[in-house]
Design a protein around this ligand. Structure first.
Ligand code: MLT
Length: 202
């Protein structure tokens, strides 16, 4: 299987859900470790670096322009990431993780939910948009998803995040969608909402 440069931090508290941390464009495997610890202290953290480079900036899939995705690459990379998670689960003996993705990382997490739902036990999608125009009919079967959008996000229009929430709900996910008074960047409110949400579902 394809290997990803990654960090793995074992759990330090029994019963806390493992997290799959997925960074935004230009980030790396170290970026979201602190966020993961804040959201779910004691959880195992699996944090890969995106394998696509855009002018030297790591990403999880190719895009043609901002907000315009190379969907063939989205599909291929999502499956590749799914295989990485399956291998890491075996290696580290962890259960299916909850994805915590920001921006490009949230978009690949959304694609993974639609293409390979069994890889994740749930997802926190921070500033996500619709990753595929014509996704397969997924069976999300009550999987919990928290979608946090920014009301003034210049990259993700409100109609797009609403469409993603509807798409995931129609596929059977149990979606909580909140629109925050924020832009594309994360705020303390994101952290607080994510922490409360994971405490209730996991
Ligand atoms: C993407 O390319 O996934 C979105 O435009 C978000 C970003 O990474 O800027």
């Amino acid at each position: 299987a394809t290997s990803f440069i990654h960090r793995f931090e074992p759990a330090s508290r029994a019963g806390s859900p493992p997290l799959l941390l997925l960074h935004g464009t230009g980030g790396d495997e170290n970026d979201l470790l602190g966020l993961g610890q804040m959201i779910s202290p004691g959880s195992a953290l699996l944090s890969p670096r995106g394998r696509v480079l855009e002018h030297g900036m790591p990403r999880f899939f190719r895009r043609l322009a901002e907000g315009v995705f190379d969907e063939e690459d989205v599909r291929r990379r999502a499956l590749e990431l799914g295989d990485f998670v399956a291998d890491a689960r075996q290696r580290h003996g962890i259960t299916a993780p909850v994805a915590v993705g920001f921006s490009n990382g949230a978009n690949i997490a959304a694609a993974l939910l639609l293409l390979k739902p069994d890889v994740l036990s749930g997802a926190i999608l921070l500033r996500a948009m619709v990753p595929l125009t014509d996704p397969p009919k997924a069976e999300l079967d009550g999987k919990p998803v928290l979608l946090l959008s920014g009301q003034a996000d210049p990259i993700v229009p409100a109609t797009n995040s609403a469409r993603l929430a509807a798409l995931l709900s129609q596929a059977g996910a149990s979606v909580t969608h909140k629109v925050l008074p924020a832009g594309h960047q994360l705020t303390q409110t994101d952290v607080a909402l994510a922490r409360d949400w994971i405490g209730n579902v996991a």
